[in-house]
Write a protein that binds this ligand. Structure first.
Ligand code: ADP
Length: 768
């Protein structure tokens, strides 16, 4: 191992706070900082857009300039440097390409981002003194050609020999597909058969992202479930064949959110601050939001919001289908967004004054107020690579109602009415009635069972969505590409609270002895009414009486079964623990301890504390024995034992309960007769939601971690005490579908969103 730090060049078409149109900007704005905290040296390369605020451009320092060849062109490229929070930003300067009023949506985007990719690659020769790029990490199609250029034009130059490439898919729907004439005219690659073949997606087109998938050393996407989904024709947008072929280097690493910027306890943009310990401010936020939006100010109405692009991807078809039912059923709805569904939203706002509000704009401050003031957050996406909004909502104690897809499935644990576990409400199929049922499961709980609702809110707020966990996983990935570089974080000389004389309680259990965590779990946290609540759903809400009676809603049985079903189904989202490096395990362990701690700590505070501060080695030993003991159990429990990432934390303590309850629920699930309308659709769900992830689990070949470690740790997690479980720990190693590449991927055409307004145009075309 060398002493060299992992040096990473992170290339992205956007990065907050300089330029952001959505999730990619958030990620590129936060992840590099987290990587630096994890011990890497990071340079972020972003185009120097004309829209970057002068507060930043004024501070940029010109460090280099050179020319980049692009087909027959020779284009100027300047490098402007800015250092913020330990991260060095190098802005790629070329006014002809980037001095425009918006990042994307121009006729020459193919040329602009081919230039950007080539400039990034060329720039590796002009990095600051002492920075020797180990990993070139590219993001989405805008940077997809960099790995291709690097191998075709720069391979062989000593400086580039050691550079490994990582390509991250943030949304596979946007691939950068262009007429193949640019192969010669712009890329200058027509004469390289290998490149031409691997970029070509049909007889007339080439596909940038396809090139990256073939040329990169490692591929990631932003959630474990999405990593699996994009290997299927249903979600792969024509690239599933290549992804299956390259599944051995594909993994899903969940995004995080900026927990400082999104913090209800300190957020200056919301009406009143609050925290999990004192939720009174949230009530004030709700009343203020209702007033601001012109909704009836009353607490007996659950307020559900959406903050989103109004596009098909975000499930707007389902929303427009089910909104009459939802609004007439006594649920208030407020939408903030722009896009293709602006008119329908205005229509509903006019039709249900006082109950529905639509703000057709992009407004960051209002989004904060909506996350804080709402009770529920609706996100019924058709597909969702990761999704940040649902995580933000949970951070604000706003329970998400989501479709079980991609990152939504990995971050939202469905409410289990029998155990009280969960962080939100979920449904499986892209079906308006199922979505409506899920909404009313939430509403019913809000109306009928305050204790259970409050517990769910607590669960949601305790979930760990910080970047620390993700950064550790990326570091592990980089380390796999450069095993000679040590990425172990220097031991943070902890202020060991090791009191010389242990307190009475702490005295003995201080040892990391593998606690019979399983037994601790017994006292199932369930709330009494587990048995009946859903049944009396018919009774409808109290609000019901005075409001236009809900038509059909009360998901009586559906509610019950789905809850049970979800509990089981969701668990199948086989996750594989990332557990690997000391650093990785350590940082997350502490976090994870927070949640189960509610239970576990109550019983043995000393033990959990000790466990949390233990070294990895100690942990390893501590969990080993238990691991074995529970291995068979975990296996037996199969899909019931695993839960969506966030769930894993909560689960730990109640693990045994979950495992036990599952079979019973499974049985219940059987009878799930649902509504006739959804019945048919339910069938495929069973396959996609359960079988698939299970299969994935089966093959989760240790993409990175040492097999045994990874394999055992998931079991260990199930039993181990609070220290072991990582909140999201269950980092599913990308499910590997060992399949052959079915050759040429079909070109996926991206539906060109038609702009309804300037803002809409901007939002909807942004990633193209
Ligand atoms: P996307 O697919 O659009 O990237 P994400 O959920 O990953 O979806 O991220 C969306 C981000 O953009 C969130 O931070 C969300 O709050 C924000 N956002 C979306 N629409 C709006 C809007 N109209 N006003 C303010 N913020 C918005």
């Amino acid at each position: 191992m060398s002493d060299k730090k992992m040096q990473v060049v992170f290339a992205s078409a956007e990065a907050a706070p300089f330029v952001k149109t959505g999730g990619l900007g958030d990620v590129a704005g936060s992840l590099p900082r987290a990587l630096v905290a994890a011990g890497a040296d990071v340079i972020v390369m972003v185009p120097k857009y004309g829209t970057i605020a002068s507060e930043y451009t004024d501070r940029m320092e010109h460090v280099a300039d050179f020319y980049v060849s692009l087909g027959w062109r020779n284009e100027y490229c300047g490098l402007e440097r800015l250092v913020i929070d330990g991260v060095t930003y190098l802005f790629i300067d070329n006014e002809r390409y980037f001095k425009r009023d918006y990042p994307y949506g121009f006729f020459d985007d193919g040329e602009r981002f081919a230039f950007f990719s080539k400039a990034v690659t060329e720039s590796l020769q002009h990095l600051p003194e002492g920075f020797q790029c180990d990993v070139l990490h590219c993001n989405d199609w805008h940077t997809a050609l960099a790995p291709v250029f690097l191998r075709e034009f720069y391979q062989g130059l000593p400086l580039y020999e050691r550079v490994k490439t990582v390509f991250s898919i943030h949304n596979i729907a946007f691939q950068g597909q262009y007429a193949d004439t640019i192969l010669n005219d712009i890329l200058g690659m027509a004469h390289i058969p290998n490149a031409a073949r691997q970029l070509r997606c049909d007889e007339r087109s080439i596909n940038y992202m396809q090139g990256a998938l073939d040329y990169s050393d490692a591929i990631t996407t932003v959630s474990p479930s999405y990593a699996w989904e994009i290997q299927t024709p249903e979600y792969g947008e024509g690239l599933d064949g290549i992804l299956r072929r390259r599944s051995n280097v594909l993994s899903g690493i969940l995004n995080g959110i900026d927990t400082d910027a999104w913090n209800p306890a300190t957020d200056p943009m919301i009406h009143a601050n609050y925290s999990a310990a004192d939720m009174s401010g949230k009530k004030a936020c709700k009343a203020a939001l209702q007033e601001e939006l012109g909704l009836e100010v009353r607490d007996d109405r659950p307020l559900m919001v959406m903050v989103t692009r109004l596009t098909r991807q975000k499930g707007m078809d389902l929303v427009t289908y089910a909104l009459d039912r939802i609004l007439s059923g006594g649920v208030q709805v407020a939408v903030l967004g722009t896009g293709d569904y602006e008119e329908p939203m205005r229509y509903f706002a006019n039709k249900y004054p006082g109950t529905c509000a639509a703000r057709i704009t992009f407004d960051n401050a209002l989004s904060h107020r909506m996350y804080a003031g709402a009770d529920m957050f609706l996100m019924p996406s058709l597909f969702e690579p990761c999704g940040l909004s649902q995580m933000i909502a949970m951070r604000y104690g706003t329970l998400p109602v989501v479709r079980e897809t991609g990152g939504l499935r990995d971050t939202v644990a469905p409410y289990n009415q029998f155990t009280g576990e969960g962080t939100g409400f979920t449904f499986a199929n892209f079906n308006g009635d199922e979505m409506g049922d899920a909404v009313f499961r939430g509403a019913r709980l809000y109306w009928d069972d305050h204790a259970a609702w409050d517990q769910l809110v607590q669960n949601a707020m305790a979930a760990d969505f910080s970047w620390v966990r993700s950064a550790d996983e990326y570091m592990n990935l980089y380390h796999n590409l450069h095993p000679e570089i040590d990425i172990t974080k220097p031991e943070p000389v902890v202020q060991e609270p090791e009191p010389a004389e242990p307190t009475a309680v702490e005295a003995e259990p201080a040892a990391p002895a593998p606690e019979p965590a399983v037994t601790e779990a017994e006292p199932a946290p369930k709330t009494e009414q587990a048995a009946e609540p859903a049944d009396d759903a018919k009774a409808e809400a109290p609000a019901k009486a005075e409001e236009p009676a809900p038509k059909t809603e009360p998901a009586t049985e559906p509610a019950k079964k789905t809850a049970a079903k979800k509990a089981t189904a969701s668990k199948t989202a086989a996750k594989k623990p990332a557990a690997r490096k000391t650093a990785a395990t350590k940082s997350t362990a502490t976090k994870a301890a927070e949640k189960p701690a509610a239970k576990a700590t109550a019983t043995k505070p000393a033990a959990s504390k000790a466990a949390a501060t233990k070294t990895t080695a100690a942990k390893a030993t501590a969990t080993k024995p238990t691991t074995k003991a529970t291995a068979s159990k975990a296996t037996a429990a199969k899909n019931t034992a695993k839960k969506p990432s966030t769930a894993s934390a909560t689960k730990t303590a109640t693990k045994s309960t979950a495992t036990k309850a599952a079979p019973a629920k499974a049985a219940a699930t059987k009878t799930t007769a649902d509504k006739p309308a959804t019945a048919a659709a339910t069938a495929p769900k069973a396959t996609s939601a359960k079988t698939a992830p299970k299969a994935a689990a089966a093959k989760t070949a240790p993409a990175k971690a040492s097999t045994s470690k990874a394999a055992t740790s998931s079991a260990a997690k199930a039993t181990a005490k609070p220290a072991a479980p990582k909140a999201t720990a269950a980092k599913a190693a990308a499910p590997k579908a060992a399949a052959q590449d079915s050759s040429a991927a079909t070109p996926a055409d991206k539906p060109a969103p038609k702009a309804k307004s300037v803002s809409a145009a901007k939002r909807t075309t942004r990633k193209r």
